[in-house]
Design a protein around this ligand. Structure first.
Ligand code: COI
Length: 369
């Protein structure tokens, strides 16, 4: 079903200096993650008096911000992550953009920012892709997860140092060709369990996708890297017992009896679009999804007695990545046996839908170009 879009409201200001084709092609051969950006960006402005206006696609480039802009002082900022996929016939599609639009509004309410409509969210992506579709990489095989990663974000741009919601806000979408998020591709990632830091507490911003949550996770991420781990897992702040998420990814536990367990959503966990899709696909595949609290003891015991056969992380950027082990100050908990079979099966099912290789039974794809 086509999603409502305001793409035709965007004024197009084309770049005078687009990237040369041979340079773009060499970037697309090996884009890494988040390093290279396309030639344009979408922009919509909001003011307390004029609501959303000034829809534009204009050349990618530095922003001019007053040094007193509220975002620089009080972090009033939110963002999204969503991808554009090239199908075999050359067409370009995105995945469940209404879910991201809805989450952006949820984040906006928590950060006292204005809410952007589905039409403008999807319109901004469509208008940007109409200019920059040549930057969407073509997968080299069915296992290749290359895409154009889109980063919509919203910032408080009013020059005012009083602490109150900004009266001026800017929304942008930038785009970056991407290969796999982890340098090692889909090899199992080691996870550090932080005992020093917490990511979120009840009543806070954990469920919102705001820069502050990610800033607060960086010291823990540094600690993880110091212990040879690629990611950090956070426990709840109240009891230091319940598994929450990885900061930028949700966690799933595969039980050998066919249950697939993920922490239930609370206001301290970010609802991932991939998480939500995995729950649906798991059911289609005959697994039994369960959203419920899961404790670190259940992980430890389930890994030791073989009840838990696999653990994986998922997110838009990470897709689905098996977890190899959980590392703490005094133990290493193997996340799984030799198998990553269920994780890889769900991953393939998801990628096949996203790249148009299998039927889109749930109506999750929206055509961009
Ligand atoms: C995403 O998966 O899109 C995110 O925003 C996570 C980030 C760590 C790249």
């Amino acid at each position: 079903m086509p999603s409502a879009s305001s793409a035709n409201r965007f004024e197009i200001l084309p770049s005078n200096l687009p990237t040369a084709e041979n340079i773009r092609e060499s970037v697309l051969q090996n884009p890494g993650f988040g390093r290279y950006f396309t030639d344009h960006m979408a922009h919509v402005r909001w003011t307390v008096d004029a609501d959303w206006h000034g829809h534009q696609v204009r050349p990618y480039g530095p922003l001019t911000l007053d040094p007193a802009a509220a975002v620089l002082h009080y972090g009033q900022e939110i963002f999204e992550g969503i991808k554009a996929y090239r199908h075999e016939d050359g067409s370009v599609w995105t995945f469940r953009p209404e879910k991201n639009a809805e989450r952006l509004r949820r984040s906006a309410r928590r950060l006292a920012l204005p809410e952007l409509s589905d039409e403008d969210f999807i319109g901004s992506i469509q208008a940007l892709l109409a200019q920059d579709h040549a930057w969407v990489p073509t997968p080299k095989s069915d296992a290749d997860e290359c895409s154009l990663y889109l980063r919509p974000f919203m910032i408080a741009s009013e020059a005012f140092l009083g602490v109150r919601p900004s009266h001026e806000v800017d929304y942008y979408v930038i785009a970056s060709p991407a290969a796999s998020y982890f340098k090692g591709g889909i090899s199992p990632v080691s996870i550090w369990l932080s005992s020093t830091y917490k990511r979120a507490a009840a009543g806070g911003t954990g469920f919102a996708k705001c820069g502050g949550n990610y800033a607060a996770s960086l010291a823990a991420q540094k600690e993880a890297e110091g212990h040879g781990c690629g990611q950090v897992a956070f426990l709840d702040a109240a009891e230091n017992k319940w598994i929450e998420e990885l900061g930028g990814m949700n966690l799933f536990f595969v039980y050998k009896d066919g249950r697939l367990v993920t922490p239930r959503l609370t206001d301290t966990i970010l609802e991932g679009v991939t998480r939500n899709s995995v729950l649906t696909l798991a059911k289609d595949m005959g697994l039994t999804p369960e959203e419920r609290p899961i404790s670190i003891d259940e992980w430890r015991e389930g890994a030791a007695n073989g009840e838990i056969s696999e653990v994986f992380a998922c997110g838009t950027a990470a897709v689905i990545t098996p977890v190899g082990e959980l590392v703490t100050e005094n133990e290493r908990i193997r996340a799984q046996g030799e198998s990553t079979e269920v994780a890889m099966r769900i991953r393939k099912t998801l990628l096949d839908i996203q790249y148009g290789r299998s039927e889109d039974k749930h109506g999750w794809l929206t055509r961009l170009v």
